[in-house]
Design a protein around this ligand. Structure first.
Ligand SMILES: [Zn+2]
Length: 66
């Protein structure tokens, strides 16, 4: 059993799906780590495509769609 001693980031992130144009909010537990690509992604709640997680919303790093 795990007990949380100090809660980590509960920050909410925003993403926009390039495929279906859905804008959504997600949190750290929603992230999926893709070992093969060494990439952290989040699944679009509408079309289920994987979108690369951008930890820093102010960064201008453009990401390729999978
Ligand atoms: Zn989508």
């Amino acid at each position: 059993m795990k007990k949380i001693l100090r809660q980590g980031s509960t920050k909410k992130y925003r993403a926009r799906c390039a495929v279906c144009d859905t804008e959504f909010e997600y949190q750290v537990p929603d992230l999926i780590f893709i070992k093969k690509l060494n990439m952290v992604c989040v699944e679009c709640p509408n079309c289920n495509i994987l979108i690369q997680h951008k930890g820093n919303p102010s960064s201008n790093i453009t990401t390729e769609q999978l």
